[in-house]
Design a protein around this ligand. Sequence first.
Ligand SMILES: Cc1cc2nc3c(=O)[nH]c(=O)nc-3n(C[C@H](O)[C@H](O)[C@H](O)COP(=O)(O)OP(=O)(O)OC[C@H]3O[C@@H](n4cnc5c(N)ncnc54)[C@H](O)[C@@H]3O)c2cc1C
Length: 370
Amino acid sequence: MQSYDVIVAGVGAMGSATLYHLAKQGLRVAGLDPHPPGHAFGSSHGETRIIRKAYFLDGNYLPLLERSYALWRELEAESGKDLMQICGLLCIGELESEFIAKLEGASQEAGLALDRITSAEARALHPAMQVPEDQVIYHDRDGGYLSPEKCVATHAARACVHGADVFAGEPLLEWSADGNGVRVRTANRTLSASKLILTTGAWVMPEFAKLGIPLRVRRKVMFWHRVSEAERFRDTPVWIWAQREQAFYGFPTLDGTTMKSAEDSGGEYLEHADARDFGIRSEDDAALTPFLRTAFPGLVHEIDRAKTCLYTDSVDRNFIIGFHPEHPQVLLTSCCSGHGFKLSSAMGEVLAKTVQSGVLPPETAFFGMR
Ligand SMILES: Cc1cc2nc3c(=O)[nH]c(=O)nc-3n(C[C@H](O)[C@H](O)[C@H](O)COP(=O)(O)OP(=O)(O)OC[C@H]3O[C@@H](n4cnc5c(N)ncnc54)[C@H](O)[C@@H]3O)c2cc1C
């Protein structure tokens, strides 16, 4: 039986980064996943993910965000891959809306100065977008986007260079506590380790449910609409636009013919992660396409393609990390709620530290299971 210091179940955004940090520190580590790193069956695919400093959940995320930026750049330098583009971000919402109030509150708490701009200034940055005068617009100059498939594949590949084993095509079928360690079974092998980390994304829900911690898996759809006058969608900032009950976001065109965008609000809650159907339904863009027609008048046309994805939501949308109460050699994680990707480089470092020290670093104590 092969034996490791740490087994990481789930080599997606969080798992690949954790594996990388553990392997780089010289630990014997193995990663398990049903699919090869960078696949499109979990929560980490679809060409782009927003990275930004302007946060609306909690000011506590800022130090982790700063660390994430630095670690993405380090990974680029180490691998020679292009992973992160900084093009700025526009945050748009109604005066006195919850979105703007939370954005201002969290930024103030974090000591982050937000740059408020006018709609004419927004137009200069994004020539296709028409923002009414009555909207509040903040420009986050550090905003941009990551290439998720490449980020995951690069973390996993670099982990292997540093000595990790990745068993792609081999999901964790069963784990059991074995003295102070764990025993883990896949279809092909049984492995032992001192520690196990579960970074199985949407598939971690049943483990948290057993501890009475509710997570909910939400089916989300990303769309690529054809655009005309594509030069007006090129090299623009990323944008997030909140309206009463709904929030939308989008990216500059990457292929010169389509723009990717999606609705952050809404979506169908699923019984479990495998209940997702990968097909697209007519109601999936019921709010998004009419919104795009107003925000980009005359420039957004038919849907070119679409992909489904999964959010794993905690009650307050903060991450949850903690050791299993009966088996402290097992670390459970849920770092999604629809905003985790940008932070995965730093979360890999946090999870690597946590599993070795047995406690969450103080700056991440707010992710605890309490
Ligand atoms: C449409 C959409 C848009 C988003 N936009 C943003 C954004 O703009 N910015 C941002 O920061 N975040 C964004 N997010 C959130 C972000 O993508 C997620 O927080 C992040 O991808 C979650 O990573 P993860 O490692 O938890 O899950 P995943 O990357 O899905 O990894 C979980 C892995 O576990 C594997 N697995 C499942 N079962 C097993 C098993 N039994 N054994 C072993 N492995 C298993 C899966 O195959 C998968 O590889 C978005 C999410 C979605 C769905």
